[in-house]
Design a protein around this ligand. Structure first.
Ligand code: PSV
Ligand code: MN
Length: 399
C-alpha cells in the first residue's frame, strides 16, 4: 500500500491525481462475519430472509462484497460465533472465493461464568478458562493463516467497591502476557477499548490510554484498536489516532457510526466528516499501510445486510479519497503562516470534493462496475440466497 505521506513536521505531501488513484487501488477494508448474520438490540433481533446459516455462507456473502468493491479481501471471524470443526477447511473455502481470514475476535463475554469478568474475574478458575479461550484463538490463527488476534473484554464492575480496580489491572496484565507469549511470528495482538457497556461503573479497558499502557508493556506485537463507537460523545477520535500513530501503536480500526453510544451503524453514516478527519490523520501519520487494519464492526439490524456492508466500504473509500486529496503543501503553508481560515479552507475543500467519479474510475480501471451497489442489486445474489437458504438455523444472536 502506498502512503504518499511523510511523518515529518512539514505535514503531508500533495499527491498527484494518479498517486491518489494508485493509493486508493491499494486500500483494503476488512468485513466482519457477524455483520452478515442476524442482529438486533437487547429488545429484538429481526430475522432477515437469506441470512447465512453457517460461517461458510457468511464467507459466500463476504465474497460478494469483495467482488463488487474490489477492496474487501479479508473477513474477520468471531469465536465461538464462527466455530467450525475444521478451520483449515474454512480458510480453504475463503480462498476459493478470493478471500482470506482476517482478525480472529475472541469472545469471553457470553458465558455465565463471566458475570464478574473474564480475565479479570476474582475467581482464578474463570480467569484460566478465559485465557484458555484466548489461547484457542491463537490456535485458530495458525489454522486459518490469520495475522491478528483481536481482544475485547466486557470486564468491569457495576458498583464502586465491587472489586479492586488495581488488582483487576494486574490480572489483566498477567492474562495478556500469557497470550502474548504464545503469539507466533507475524502474529499481532490488537487490544480494543470501550468506554462502558456492559460494565457501567468501571470498565477494565475503558480507553486508549489503558490499552496503550498494556500494549507498551507487552511489546511490539501488541497494538491498540480504535473502535469508533467506543468513546464518549464529542471525543476527538482523530487526535487519538494521531497520537497512537505517532507512538507506532495503532493496530487498526473497528469502523462504525454512532449517534449515541455503541450504535454499530454503518461506517460514515452518522458523521462522514468525522470519518474524513480520522482518515486524514491516518494519511498524515503514515498509517495508510497494511500495518493498520481497516475493519468494519457493525450490525445491520433493520437494513439489508450485504448492500449495507457495500455502502460502508464505499463510505470508507470516500473518506480515504478525500483525505488523500488534501493539498498538503497548501495546508502546511497556511499552518506555518498562522492563517487559520486558509488552513481550515484547504481541509474543507478536500472534504467537499465529490470523489464518487474518481472512485468509479478507480473501480472501472480494475475491471469492476463504477457503482458497486447497483452492480450487486442487479447480480441476482440477494434473490438467490433468499430462495436457497431455507431450513437450518440462521446465524445470529438467537432471539
Ligand atoms: C464490542 O462492543 C465490540 O466492538 C467488539 O469488537 C466485539 O468483539 C464486537 O463488538 C462484536 O460484538
Ligand atoms: Mn469493535
Amino acid at each position: 500500500m502506498t502512503s504518499g505521506t511523510s511523518k515529518d513536521a512539514a505535514g503531508i505531501r500533495t499527491l498527484s491525481p494518479d498517486e491518489v488513484k494508485a493509493a486508493l487501488r491499494t486500500q483494503a477494508v476488512e468485513t466482519p462475519s457477524w455483520a452478515y448474520a442476524n442482529s438486533g438490540t437487547r429488545f429484538k433481533v429481526f430475522a432477515q430472509p437469506g441470512v447465512p446459516r453457517t460461517p461458510f455462507e457468511k464467507l459466500d456473502d463476504a465474497a460478494q462484497v469483495h467482488a463488487y468493491t474490489g477492496v474487501a479481501p479479508t473477513v474477520a471471524l468471531h469465536v465461538p460465533w464462527d466455530r467450525v470443526d475444521d478451520y483449515g477447511a474454512l480458510a480453504a473455502h475463503a480462498e476459493k472465493r478470493g478471500l482470506r481470514i482476517g482478525a480472529i475476535n475472541s469472545n469471553v463475554f457470553q458465558d455465565d461464568d463471566y458475570k464478574l469478568g473474564s480475565v479479570t474475574n476474582p475467581d482464578p478458575a474463570v480467569r484460566r478458562k478465559a485465557v484458555a479461550h484466548l489461547l484457542d484463538c491463537v490456535g485458530i490463527m495458525e489454522e486459518t493463516g490469520s495475522r491478528d488476534l483481536k481482544l475485547w473484554f466486557s470486564d468491569g464492575t457495576n458498583y464502586p467497591g465491587q472489586d479492586d480496580l488495581r488488582t483487576r489491572q494486574d490480572r489483566l496484565a498477567e492474562a495478556l502476557r500469557t497470550v502474548y507469549d504464545r503469539l507466533g511470528d507475524g502474529h499481532r495482538m490488537l487490544l480494543e477499548y470501550k468506554l462502558f457497556e456492559p460494565a457501567f461503573y468501571a470498565t477494565d479497558v475503558p480507553d486508549w490510554g489503558t490499552a496503550y499502557v498494556h500494549c507498551l508493556q507487552l511489546g511490539p506485537k501488541a497494538q491498540v484498536v480504535v473502535d469508533t463507537g467506543h468513546h464518549a460523545p464529542g471525543t476527538n477520535i482523530e487526535f487519538i489516532v494521531a497520537t497512537l500513530l505517532r507512538e507506532g501503536k495503532l493496530g487498526g480500526f473497528d469502523f462504525n457510526s454512532r449517534f449515541y453510544a455503541d450504535d454499530d451503524l454503518m461506517a460514515g453514516a452518522a458523521d462522514p466528516f468525522q470519518l474524513f478527519r480520522i482518515m486524514y490523520e491516518v494519511v498524515r501519520g503514515g498509517g495508510f499501510t497494511p500495518d493498520v487494519a481497516f475493519m468494519l464492526d457493525q450490525c445491520h439490524n433493520i437494513e439489508a445486510k450485504i448492500p449495507a456492508i457495500i455502502r460502508s466500504v464505499m463510505n470508507v473509500q470516500e473518506a480515504t479519497a478525500k483525505a488523500l486529496l488534501v493539498d498538503g503543501e497548501a495546508l502546511g503553508e497556511a499552518q506555518r503562516a498562522g492563517d487559520v481560515l486558509a488552513a481550515n479552507g484547504v481541509l474543507m475543500d478536500a472534504f467537499s470534493t465529490d470523489v464518487r467519479p474518481l472512485l468509479a474510475e478507480v473501480r472501472e480501471g480494475a475491471g469492476l462496475e463504477g457503482d458497486p451497489l447497483s452492480a450487486y442489486r442487479r447480480s441476482g445474489w440477494q434473490e438467490r440466497i433468499v430462495a436457497e437458504r431455507v431450513g437450518g438455523v440462521q446465524a445470529g444472536w438467537g432471539a
